[in-house]
Design a protein around this ligand. Sequence first.
Ligand SMILES: NC(=O)C1=CN([C@@H]2O[C@H](COP(=O)(O)OP(=O)(O)OC[C@H]3O[C@@H](n4cnc5c(N)ncnc54)[C@H](O)[C@@H]3O)[C@@H](O)[C@H]2O)C=CC1
Ligand SMILES: O=C(O)CCC(=O)C(=O)O
Length: 409
Amino acid sequence: MTPYESARKYFFDAAELMDLSSNMQKLLLLPERELKVQVAFERDNGEIATLVGYRIQHNSARGPMKGGLRFHHEVDENEVRALATLMTWKTAIVNIPYGGAKGGVAVNVADLAQGELEALTRRFVDEIHDVIGPDKDIPAPDMGTNAQVMAWIMNQYGKYHGFNPACVTGKPVEMHGADGREEATGRGVVATTRALLDRVGRPVSETSFAIQGFGNVGSHTARFLQKSGGKVCGVTDAVGGVWNPDGLDIKKLVEFAVENGTVEGFSDAEPISNDELLISDVDVLIPAAIGNVLSRHNARDVRAKFIVEAANSPTTPEADDIFHEREILVVPDVLANAGGVTVSYFEWVQNRQHFKWEISRVRNELDRIMIESFDKVWSLAERRHVPLRLASYLLGIGRVGRATVLGGI
Ligand SMILES: NC(=O)C1=CN([C@@H]2O[C@H](COP(=O)(O)OP(=O)(O)OC[C@H]3O[C@@H](n4cnc5c(N)ncnc54)[C@H](O)[C@@H]3O)[C@@H](O)[C@H]2O)C=CC1
Ligand SMILES: O=C(O)CCC(=O)C(=O)O
């Protein structure tokens, strides 16, 4: 199944339960706009690189569209469309006043020098600046992009439309960014993980974790888990992985990864592959890297009792069914990783009000929204006797549907 087929499948499961008319289903599912652009820039060796970029705006019924920008070699139209759709449900589930969008460029960032990355980013903004903006569509970081890339976006957008930091979020704190945005997705993952463990009566201090991906989301998730008393036994990234059944020292692992560009080779640990990590003997598995890593090929071998989806679309629908049958609880991406977009919202609010929040306010509001959203989804799942993913979709699609009916077309 392609990423968009999976996204459609999850949507249709909920739409059927909601008795949504076929006209409404079509209205809610079809993206409002899909932009595919050429991104050409000069490389340091004088050659011209010609890449393909996308910005897909799925739905604006609840507000300006919002979603990250992914620089990764596997980016294509299908994947960006799927991720844009997820953003619409995600912003609705945490009830922030946005719709959903996503963007991407098919590129291997590791192949680019810093100046080339800047040239590519600016050229991409040249191609999409007319369709983005603080009241239209607000990009943010995703895989392969970071605060520096967001700073270039803000600067390049300003050349066309004047200074307006609210046109993009996830910026450096010295450049109108919000304190706490960088850690936000990981912090939100841990808030939902704790809420889940509370519900099932399991102390975090007696729980073991494995995390796939040690970039922005994976590393902050690991850090907050360890701070909460959890034992992070395994971590992998695109290069390799490390395993210690007694728990890895996350502070040292972060330092090692920053220095070496990977967790592989960290001392005080055994090597572990990505395939092994996904079926390792832990209580909670947290995929925090790419999509479709949990599929019918490995779902029956997964030993964790809980899966918290920090990554977008890590689980195929076939694997999701297997987890349901095996009574493995899955906290879905649209809920678990919504902390990033939530603090992006706080950044946008601060930019618009020209008023900076203290980090404590950002963290408190984030934790409150994540826990309230989790509780709402949990109660709905209990009431309707459905898994957490379906309950999340019922909540998100319901809110987008009501806004569509109230606002009209
Ligand atoms: N950055 C954010 O605020 C948000 C990110 N997400 C999702 O979280 C996931 C990770 O995003 P970031 O941490 O921002 O990206 P990142 O670029 O900072 O880090 C990605 C990590 O995944 C690893 N990775 C890449 N390919 C891999 C592979 N084939 N196997 C194993 N590991 C691999 C990389 O080595 C790196 O450690 C993505 O699915 C993204 O869509 C979701 C919500 C917000
Ligand atoms: O912070 C944002 O606006 C979007 C983050 C994102 O792309 C995601 O939640 O998948």
